[in-house]
Write a protein that binds this ligand. Structure first.
Ligand SMILES: [Zn+2]
Length: 332
């Protein structure tokens, strides 16, 4: 069910080639008119190599559950608990499941979908060879000191601006939405060593440490399906936020509703564009719903989707502050 999806070949317009051929024919004639144009010909020839990038319609992400097979990763104090490799895989599949379910136009590649060990080179190659846009490696941490706990988001270095923004969003989601203790964004200097999958992947790349297997309460949380779902939804939300910011032309509208509750921000007589400037301050995309009613207000507009009323109410204050003081929580 979670097998890697085959990539869709991007449609390529041969504008560059057509223009280049036209220029070259014209220049060939010019050349015969006068040798004085030799320099011009060379200069024009250079301009012919301008590239025309095809407009992007989909984005691609690699989800990499760390370790696997003979490499269990970190172990916890209790044999009742799963090794890191298994928790990584469970969280990874949940993240991919949320992306598949709630976002359109995203292709997902998994480095593994079972208990096998792809080499680090293979993980890097899968991302680079498919020209993916994001690489997300999922891990859990360990420390000799049992009191150490919290989440971390790793990047190669701070020059990787997009990766840094993604890592910041991940830690924000871990702390503010998932309620975890955030240990922050870590780079090469913090670790004093490179992480191969971050160093050699040529796209926005992050490695998340979802918590410490060696901390008793965090190990229990990481082993619970509740904890895994909360962490996966935090990773999903961070991915959605960054993807929408990085690729505004790609339609990443939510394709479904993830919960029983949503926040209604307004209703209207005629349809209002969901990209309207008045919605700009809202964190989640606005969904317009046509009502089957004889009332003159034919449309309602909602944001967010929450599994519990409490979760929706937690977001309500922010929505009200962002320009919709009359927003209310409603059942889907
Ligand atoms: Zn690990």
């Amino acid at each position: 069910m979670f097998d890697a999806i085959s990539p869709t070949n991007l449609f390529t317009f041969p504008f560059g080639k057509i223009l280049s051929a036209a220029f070259q024919s014209a220049l060939f004639l010019l050349y015969f008119c006068s040798m004085r144009y030799v320099l011009l010909i060379l200069l024009f020839g250079l301009t012919c190599s301008v590239h025309f990038a095809p407009s992007k319609t989909r984005i691609k992400v690699v989800i990499d559950p760390g370790h696997g097979g003979n490499d269990p990763g970190h172990l916890s104090h209790s044999s009742k608990f799963l090794p890191e490799k298994d928790i990584n895989l469970k969280i990874a599949k949940l993240v991919g499941g949320y992306i598949n379910k709630y976002l359109s136009n995203v292709d997902i590649y998994y480095t593994r979908t079972d208990d096998t060990y792809p080499s680090l080179d293979q993980r890097v190659d899968l991302a680079n060879n498919n020209n993916v846009d994001y690489f997300i490696s999922i891990h859990c941490n360990g420390n000799a000191k049992k009191s150490v706990h919290g989440t971390e988001s790793h990047i190669h270095n701070f020059d990787a601006r997009q990766s840094y923004k993604f890592a910041l969003e991940l830690e924000k989601q871990f702390s503010q939405r998932a309620g975890r203790y955030s240990r922050g964004v870590k780079n090469n200097d913090d670790r004093a060593h490179s992480i191969q999958v971050l160093k050699f992947t040529r796209m926005t790349s992050v490695l998340v440490e979802c918590g410490f297997m060696t901390n008793h309460s965090e190990a229990a949380y990481l082993n619970s399906s509740y904890g895994q779902e909360i962490l996966a939804s935090a990773i999903f939300r961070a991915f959605r936020t960054r993807a929408q910011a990085d690729f505004p032309t790609v339609s990443l509208l939510e394709t479904g509703s993830s919960g029983a509750y949503t926040i209604q921000i307004l209703s209207s007589k005629g349809p209002i564009d969901t990209q309207d400037a008045s919605f700009r301050k809202l964190e989640s995309p606005v969904k317009r719903i046509k009502l089957n009613t004889s009332n003159s207000y034919k449309y309602k507009y909602v944001v967010g989707s929450y599994s519990t009323k409490k979760e929706a109410e937690g977001e309500l204050a922010k929505v009200r502050k962002n320009g919709f003081p009359d927003a209310i929580v409603v059942e889907n």
